[in-house]
Design a protein around this ligand. Structure first.
Ligand code: IPM
Ligand code: MG
Length: 361
């Protein structure tokens, strides 16, 4: 199979973790007989520094033309006070919007070998296997009007019924393949947006009678997530709540550096599924270029790409199994208490994939 990717390494540790994801992808492709073609593009501060907008038009066009997009991270502290349109993050938000990737899937698992790496008590974390479905192209991130004028700042939280419905449908569909529980997060005691969210989710739930639905207010959800993470299956949230809760959920796994994500759009008429794959962590400029970054989040995102964009479930499982093996057998980066470099983790995985696929054949 031909896998045509656009790789957007971005800023900070983005390039080094993306490079390892690309190498591991090459290892999988070599073993399973696929042909990977990778085009590279600029986004975020890397684009700004080259004199372009945070999402250069060429990057946007290449992203739409590719079968899937791999992204490292965007953002550098030097841009903190720049106007929103000239901030690195703007590039990522525009890309999500241009690709129409409305559903961000962020799986969080407690690996048995890492439960002691989590700051939470082992008995709370053990057995956690949840999936955050974060709505990604609506809400406060994109609502108009927005801006700062004369000492007054405005942001607008907007959701339409169809936007809520498509995210909810996907959450229920995914729950059907899991433990059949959806927890929908909102702030319906205060926000009209959340009242509509709850109504639409309740309506969609009627089409999935085998799935148990419950609603949690976001403040309570934040608390339950650390009190009883193993009780969650699919956690459905709007954009900003999902951003916040997914960083919180990362402490369950032991390190945010482990977590990958898939951002998916609606299937196009030609049958293609828009997909953007990025680790949950940020650009971590303080450790960039030092070989300290954990590439597993980027590699896990790449595995999700194999699965979602290419339907290569065996290949995706091979990468996931290798990550599990690596976590059991050492070669961890400092965020997980190890001494391995970014490159060494990538190399160990490539070697393991060679072994795995070799024995499978
Ligand atoms: C994330 C990030 C982004 C977001 C930033 C970089 C714009 O925090 O993907 O979680 O807020 O969506
Ligand atoms: Mg975030």
């Amino acid at each position: 199979m031909d896998l045509n990717l656009l790789s957007l390494p971005g800023d900070g540790i983005g390039p080094e973790v993306t490079l390892e994801a690309e190498r591991v992808l090459s290892a999988v492709a070599a073993r399973f007989g696929h042909c990977v073609k990778i085009e590279r593009g600029l986004i975020g501060a890397a684009a700004l520094e080259a004199g372009y907008d945070p999402l250069p038009p060429a990057t946007c066009a290449a992203a739409k033309a590719a079968d899937a997009v791999l992204l490292g991270a965007v953002g550098l502290p030097g841009y903190d006070l720049h106007p929103p349109a000239r901030r690195p993050e703007k590039g990522l938000l525009e890309l999500r919007s241009a690709l129409g990737v409305f559903a961000n899937l962020r799986p969080v698992k407690a690996y048995a070998s890492l439960v002691q790496a989590s700051p939470l008590k082992e008995e709370r974390v053990a057995g956690t296997d949840l999936l955050i479905l974060r709505e990604l192209t609506g809400g406060l991130y994109f609502g108009e009007p927005r801006g700062i004028t004369q000492g007054r700042a405005v942001n607008t939280m907007v959701y339409t019924e169809p936007e809520i419905e498509r995210a909810a449908r996907l959450a229920f569909t995914l729950a059907m393949g899991r433990r059949r529980r959806v927890t929908s997060v909102d702030k319906a005691n205060v926000l009209e947006n959340s009242q509509l969210w709850r109504q639409v989710v309740d309506r969609v739930a009627k089409d999935y009678p085998e799935v148990t639905l419950n609603h949690l207010l976001v403040d309570n959800a934040a608390m339950q997530l650390v009190l009883e993470p193993a009780a969650f299956d699919v956690l459905l949230t709007e954009n900003l709540f999902g951003d916040i809760l997914s960083d919180e959920a990362a402490v369950i796994a032991g390190s945010i550096g482990l977590l990958g994500s898939a951002s998916l759009g609606e299937r196009r008429k030609d049958g293609r599924l828009p997909g953007l794959y990025e680790p949950i962590h940020g650009s971590a400029p303080a450790i960039a270029g030092k070989g300290l970054a954990n590439p597993l989040g980027a590699i896990a995102s790449m595995a999700m790409m194999l699965d979602w964009s290419f339907g290569l479930t065996e290949e995706a499982a091979c990468v996931e199994e290798s990550i599990g093996w690596l976590l059991d057998h050492g070669s961890l980066t400092p965020d997980l208490g190890g001494k391995a470099t970014t490159r060494e983790v990538g190399e160990a995985l490539c070697a393991r994939i060679g072994v795995l696929a070799g024995t499978a054949r």
